[in-house]
Design a protein around this ligand. Structure first.
Ligand code: SF4
Length: 291
């Protein structure tokens, strides 16, 4: 998911006549609001990707990829990161049902802005590969309209992407949340290996990748863990363009409480700038470009 969707939000001039940031309701326009569908029809539509559960969306600059981007947050994620700042996207509960055509059409309306800024669409979440059929079709529609596409993923479900899907994705924001199985599972409740496998595959294919690593004091910031992450990323120097080292923050805590989930990181304070810089240096020592 977006590591810091709270910065870089821009607003358009009022003549655009609509919200550019908000919950997903209305993303698909009135056609979806009028959509009536039975439960079996809905299950079928989810299977085919005709319909997806969209949590929210925003237009951002300088985060989630290059240029000005429409970042769409899709519901559903198999991980349970302790520091998740969008815990309301973990379950397939919140959001609005949107048809893939209407979402693609909405994205395409911003093509002029994307072209002018070098931006495009970023699918985030949650985990965009959780609703794989919807994601696959949306990426294809948007990419074939000449719009730059990015997915923001943990890589845990990377095997769900077929090779032809990879052709519809211009940039991968790949989170490597820790560098060994034990730490990874402590932080995410899932396994690390699928992320490594996916990174290896992207490297073999020469796909553009930006790596993200979140510094969580007491959890992910030990020398050993950071060196392990750096070693993993160093396998992919042919296609990794940058590493983004992001300091943990507590801004998601309220959301955890609001949805009644226990938040374990209340006592964790953000890392000092010096510590973050030291961690960036560890990545730089592997010849990686770090931001
Ligand atoms: S991968 Fe982790 S941080 Fe991202 S949405 Fe899932 S639980 Fe949250």
């Amino acid at each position: 998911m977006a590591q810091d969707g709270t910065t870089g939000v821009v607003t358009l001039e009022p003549q655009q006549g609509e919200r550019i940031r908000g919950v997903a309701a209305g993303l698909g326009g009135t056609a979806d609001a009028d959509m009536e569908i039975t439960r079996p029809e809905l299950l079928e539509a989810r299977r085919t990707g005709d319909i997806g559960l969209v949590h929210s969306w925003e237009l951002v600059t300088a985060v989630d990829g290059p240029g000005t981007r429409m970042t769409i947050f899709l519901s559903g994620c198999p991980l349970r990161c302790l520091y998740c700042h969008n815990p309301d996207t973990m379950e397939m509960k919140e959001g609005t049902l949107e048809s893939v055509e209407s979402v693609a059409n909405r994205v395409k309306r911003y093509k002029r802005i994307f072209d002018a800024t070098g931006g495009g669409l970023t699918l985030s979440g949650g985990e965009p590969l959780f609703q794989i059929a919807f994601t696959r079709r949306l990426l294809k529609m948007v990419h074939s309209a000449g719009i730059h596409t990015t997915i923001d993923t943990s890589g845990y479900l990377g095997a769900r992407l077929r090779d032809e899907d990879l052709d519809n994705i211009d940039l991968f924001l790949l989170d490597v949340k820790s560098g060994d199985e034990e730490t990874y599972q402590r932080v995410t409740k899932r396994q690390l290996q699928p992320t490594i496998d996916f990174g290896d595959r992207l490297s073999e294919k020469g796909k553009r990748v930006w790596i993200r690593f979140v510094v969580v004091p007491g959890y992910t910031d030990s020398e050993e863990n950071v060196n392990n992450v750096a070693d993993i990323v160093a396998r992919w120097t042919n296609n990794v363009e940058r590493v983004e080292v992001l300091p943990f923050h507590n801004m998601g805590a309220d959301k955890w409480k609001k949805i009644g989930m226990p938040y374990e990181l209340d006592d964790v304070t953000p890392p000092s700038p010096e510590h973050v810089e030291h961690i960036r240096d560890i990545f730089r020592s592997r010849g990686l470009e770090v931001h």
